[in-house]
Design a protein around this ligand. Structure first.
Ligand SMILES: Nc1ncnc2c1ncn2[C@@H]1O[C@H](COP(=O)(O)OP(=O)(O)O)[C@@H](O)[C@H]1O
Ligand SMILES: [Mg+2]
Length: 228
C-alpha cells in the first residue's frame, strides 16, 4: 500500500494554555523521540509546564495534547504510566534501595521489573550499593541517581526531568546527561528536561525551549546533533 509519510505527531502540543498568572503559552509543540531542553530564569514557569504534561497541574484554559489526545480525556493513571516526572527534589521513601527502585512501578500499577533489569539499572546509574541497604544512608547525589533509576525502570514513553543535575558536581552531571539521553535515544523515548546547565547540555538536546515570565521566548531546533 502506498501512502505519503506524514510528519510524525508531536509528543505534546499546547494551545492557548493559561494557568493563573504563571503560564501563558499560545502554542508549543514538543517532538516525540527527541531531547528537549527547557531553560529560563527561575520562577518563569518551567516546573509548572512540566507538571502540565502529565496533568499534575491542569491549565485554567487551553489544551494539552499527548499524541493528539487531550490529557484531560485520558485516565490519569494511564497517562502517568507513560509520562513520568522526576521532580526537582526527588522523594526517597523509608526503606531499602530495592524498595525505592520498585515503588515507581508499583504506584503506576505496572508489572514489577525483573531482577536483571533492576541490577542493570543500578549499574547504569553507577550506584554501587546493595539492594538491601537503607536508602536513607545514601548521599544526596546517590539519592538523585536512585530516583532517576526508579523512573528509568518504569520504561516511560516520556521522561520529564526537573533539573536532575542541580545538586551534582560537574563530573556527575555529565554522567547523568549521557545516561538519560542515551537511554531515551536507544529506545526512541521522549526526553524533556529542565536544566540550569544550558551550556553543559548543548551537545545533547535537539530542541531548546526558553521560558520567561510564563511565555515561550525562544524555540531553537538543532539538526544533526548526535554522533558528532
Ligand atoms: N499552583 C500554583 N498556584 C499559583 N502560583 C504557582 C503555582 N505553582 C507555581 N506557582 C508560581 O508560578 C511561578 C513559576 O513557578 P515554577 O513553575 O516553579 O517556575 P520555575 O520552575 O521556572 O522556577 C512561581 O512564581 C511560583 O510561585
Ligand atoms: Mg522549577
Amino acid at each position: 500500500m502506498e501512502h505519503e509519510t506524514a510528519a510524525p505527531a508531536p509528543a505534546f502540543e499546547l494551545a492557548n494554555v493559561r494557568f493563573k498568572d504563571v503560564l501563558d503559552i499560545e502554542n508549543l509543540k514538543i517532538e516525540a523521540c527527541k531531547v528537549s531542553a527547557i531553560v529560563g530564569p527561575s520562577g518563569g514557569g518551567k516546573t509548572t509546564l512540566l507538571r502540565m504534561l502529565n496533568r499534575m497541574t491542569t491549565p485554567d484554559s487551553g489544551r494539552v495534547l499527548f499524541f493528539g489526545q487531550s490529557v484531560e480525556e485520558m485516565d490519569p493513571v494511564h497517562l502517568r504510566r507513560k509520562v513520568v516526572m522526576l521532580t526537582q527534589m526527588p522523594v526517597i521513601f523509608a526503606g531499602t534501595v530495592r524498595e525505592n527502585l520498585l515503588i515507581g512501578c508499583r504506584l503506576a500499577e505496572k508489572e514489577e521489573p525483573a531482577q536483571e533489569a533492576v541490577a542493570a539499572i543500578m549499574e547504569r546509574v553507577g550506584l554501587d550499593k546493595e539492594l538491601s541497604s537503607d536508602a536513607a544512608q545514601l548521599s544526596g547525589g546517590e539519592k538523585q541517581r536512585l530516583a532517576l533509576a526508579r523512573v528509568m525502570l518504569m520504561e516511560p514513553e516520556v521522561m520529564l526531568l526537573d533539573e536532575p543535575s542541580a545538586s551534582l558536581d560537574e563530573q556527575t552531571e555529565v554522567l547523568i546527561f549521557d545516561l538519560v539521553t542515551e537511554f531515551c535515544c536507544e529506545r526512541c523515548k521522549t526526553l524533556i528536561m529542565v536544566t540550569h546547565s544550558e551550556k553543559g547540555f548543548t551537545g545533547y538536546y535537539d530542541t531548546l525551549v526558553r521560558i520567561r515570565d510564563g511565555r515561550v521566548e525562544q524555540v531553537t531546533h538543532k539538526s544533526g546533533k548526535r554522533g558528532g
